[in-house]
Ligand binder design. Sequence first.
Ligand code: 4AD
Ligand code: MG
Length: 464
Amino acid sequence: MTKNSATPIQTLLSQEPVNQTHTIRGWIRSVRNSKKFSFLVVNDGSCQGSVQVIADATLVNYEAIAAMRIGFCVEIEGLLVVSGGRQGGVELQAGKVDILGEAPEDYPLQKKATSLEFLREIAHLRPRTNTFGAIFRVRNRLNYATHQFFVDRGFVQLHSPIVTGADAEGAGEMFQVTTLDLKNPPKTDKGEVDFTRDYFGHSSNLTVSGQLNAEAYALALGKVYTFGPTFRAENSNTPRHLAEFWMVEPEVAFADLEDIAQLATDYLKYLIQSALDHCREDLLFLQSLYKDDLLETLEHVASSDFKKISYTEAIEILQKADKKFEFAPDWGKDLQTEHERYLTETHFQLPVIVTDYPKDIKAFYMKQNPDKKTVGAMDILVPGVGEIMGGSQREESLEKLTVRMEEMGMNLEELSWYLDLRKYGSCTHAGFGLGFERAVMYVTGMANIRDVIAFPRTPNNCSF
Ligand code: 4AD
Ligand code: MG
């Protein structure tokens, strides 16, 4: 231990009190004064629990201690003792209380309950609440579990680029990246903005997905995954969409649609199990406030088979449903959120894998099925969230892919490198993308995606 070390409260709370002195550092959650003592409740973010500290009136700076309020930052050295309180456990008998940072009375996080909407306006302080501590510890566990899952299975992580010259994924509107002077951009003879004078010599954007780059590496290293930020400038102001979100994208050579659906199922269950094994206290806390049946649902899902149906079967189920949908389910149209939720929440009450979508509503690179109408796509839908993962087998035939891209009016020149992957040593391959925040929503039971990312970016909102 260095001179500078403090005991995390998580460690402290599990110690046997055997006459040991500990130093803790954290933030005051509450102060209660009696004649001879102050009771300080301190949290340091290492776990849901806080520790109670008894500060005796004989301490030299007792006046300052007793005048502390919620939000102060403190360092406390004390003796760990059996708690005198009704709840048992341990508490700290302070020998020394150093006030590291004061918090005036206008500290926005007071004891009284605050709404999630209000907390979004103070996104820099909300991590100091029990709710956000819990969410972000769970998020961290899911992040770690992702790397464990893929590395254990022989995957290589690929750091795919954030800035891209291609506008071709077709996954949504892109954010343009430029160093041109927007007030006075260079113009071509035709009077259009001359992007050959831009930083990269052509226009560029923030990536919507690392998939195309991942394919190049999968067709060399076999199994790869990317885990990085992705950007979509679509104007979707919903509880499930962010303009900047993190995506996990495995890509596997020699895998087909069935293989990748199995991998996606195993991965999702692994994430859930990992949170159940390591974050039970935080999940119980979130359950008590936001979702009554959180643990029961997660345990059920971790041990169930997911339902697998084709898009065509999904449309049939929806057309036979008692429910009146705002948009009538119709073969050839994309599934609406209301349709996805009906399938997973009402009809099956389990995660549902929907496969083989009409080719016209899916991306150009998906494997063309022999029926010439559908492609080897797969989406996984889960209750409360809707689409959590989307993936497909990729079209590996140079000819079929080229024809499809021409049909869709795409720029083949720009993606010649991607076509090369089919020209040189092509093979069956497949992959999927998991929206990481949607996974965090699902596991924490939070209803709004803005509450599971530290500083959300959404239309008209890029503060902090
Ligand atoms: O379905 P999407 O668009 O698929 C792809 O981007 C493929 N390239 C993935 C692949 O095959 N490698 O996005 C994948 C997932 C969705 O299922 C959803 O969970 C999430 O990313 N997602 C979003 N999450 C938050 N905000 C948004 N605006 C999102 N758009 C997609
Ligand atoms: Mg999708």
